[in-house]
Design a protein around this ligand. Structure first.
Ligand SMILES: [Zn+2]
Ligand SMILES: [Zn+2]
Length: 128
C-alpha cells in the first residue's frame, strides 16, 4: 500500500526500478509461472491478480479469505453461545422469582388471621 505512494512521490528511477524488479520477480504463490500482481496483507505472500479478491475492502488471497470467514463464523457462534448463557441466567432468575412468588402467595393464603384483620379494617372504613 505505502509502496505505491512512494513510487508516485519520489520519481527516483533507480529506487522505483529496484522496487519494481523485486515485486516482478516474485511469483504467485499458487501459480509459479505467473508474476505476482498483489501481496496479501494477511499472510504477506505474493499472488497473481486471479488469486486475490476483495474482502472487506482488502485484497486477500483465497486462503486468508477462507480463514477470515471461518473466524467470523466462530465469532458468531461465540456470540450466540454467550446469548444462550444470558438466556439461561434469565430463565434461572425467572424460575427463582416464580418460585418465590408461588411461595409468597402460598404464605399469604395460609394464615386466616390476616384475612380476618383485613375485613375488620374494611368494616371500620365503611362505617365511618
Ligand atoms: Zn493471504
Ligand atoms: Zn495465481
Amino acid at each position: 500500500m505505502g509502496g505505491m505512494r512512494n513510487t508516485l512521490r519520489h520519481p527516483m528511477e533507480q529506487h522505483v526500478d529496484s522496487k519494481h524488479v523485486s515485486f516482478a520477480q516474485s511469483r504467485c504463490f499458487n501459480h509459479a509461472q505467473r508474476e505476482a500482481a498483489a501481496r496479501c496483507p494477511e499472510c504477506g505472500r505474493f499472488f497473481c491478480r486471479e488469486c486475490v479478491s476483495e474482502h472487506r475492502n482488502r485484497l486477500l488471497c483465497a486462503a486468508c479469505i477462507a480463514e477470515e470467514t471461518a473466524k467470523a463464523q466462530l465469532d458468531q457462534k461465540r456470540n450466540f453461545g454467550s446469548l444462550r448463557m444470558v438466556f439461561r441466567i434469565a430463565l434461572g432468575v425467572l424460575v427463582l422469582w416464580g418460585s418465590f412468588f408461588v411461595i409468597g402467595k402460598a404464605l399469604l393464603s395460609v394464615p386466616s388471621t390476616f384475612h380476618e384483620h383485613k375485613t375488620i379494617l374494611e368494616d371500620d372504613w365503611d362505617s365511618s
